[in-house]
Design a protein around this ligand. Structure first.
Ligand SMILES: [Ca+2]
Ligand SMILES: [Ca+2]
Length: 214
């Protein structure tokens, strides 16, 4: 038996034939390692690029000079079967009490037809890309939204009630941001009188035989 026949299959592969240039085993292993590192690096660069692109351009929404004391309510407000966001913001100056030093505030609020400080804004935001679907102003910062079990206009769709600082109260249709009623024109007697968590009572308080309880 000659030397070639004594070799195992792996050794015969690296010896090659007359047609092919013999490939050194160590060199082949080095090529494999380098190729693996190159593929891994390229994949990492692609993943990092795609991830950073989504965070910075597709899933961010910034509100300059705005703060929030509001809860976040998730519900499908545009009927596409996907959750959207209802949240309220307020001007940062109302949180830090700097707004009282603004002499032009009264005129500004009169132009909005809302009592001072007219600083709150409620937003309906599409959940999958943070597009603002609707918004409306309210008197002050909103704390709480109740959107379960109430149909204020009896159209078969759930509505929302928001409550917050200086007795801010608003009822609205979450599908389009239409306001049913609010107390925007009622000045609070005490700045610290707030509404926190509105409750729905299964009671017809004014005896008009009209209340909806789901
Ligand atoms: Ca939706
Ligand atoms: Ca409704």
């Amino acid at each position: 038996m000659n030397e070639y026949n004594k070799m195992d299959d792996e050794e015969k592969f690296f010896i090659g034939s007359e047609r092919f240039r013999p490939l050194n085993k160590n060199r082949f292993a080095a090529y494999c390692v380098i190729l693996s590192l190159l593929i891994t690096s390229i994949l990492c660069i692609i993943i990092v690029f795609q991830t950073s692109k989504k965070i910075t351009s597709e899933y961010s929404l910034w509100f300059p000079l705005q703060g929030s004391e509001s809860c976040i309510r998730l519900m499908d407000i545009n009927g596409d079967g996907l959750d959207d966001v209802i949240v309220a913001l307020t001007e940062v100056t109302t949180i830090t009490n700097q707004i009282k030093k603004d002499k032009n505030r009264e005129k500004y609020c009169q132009s909005l037809n809302i009592e001072e400080p007219c600083s709150g804004t409620v937003y309906g935001i599409r959940g999958y890309d943070f597009t603002i679907l609707w918004s409306f102003r309210v008197k002050q910062s909103i704390f709480e939204f109740v959107c379960n079990g109430i149909d204020i206009n009896n159209d078969g769709y759930q509505d929302c009630i928001g409550s917050g600082r200086e007795a801010t109260l608003v009822a609205f249709d979450p599908r389009n941001g239409k306001i049913f009623w609010n107390n925007n024109k009622i000045k609070s007697r005490r700045l610290l009188w707030n509404f926190y968590n509105p409750l729905l009572l299964p009671i017809d308080v004014d005896h008009d035989n009209n209340f909806t309880w789901w």
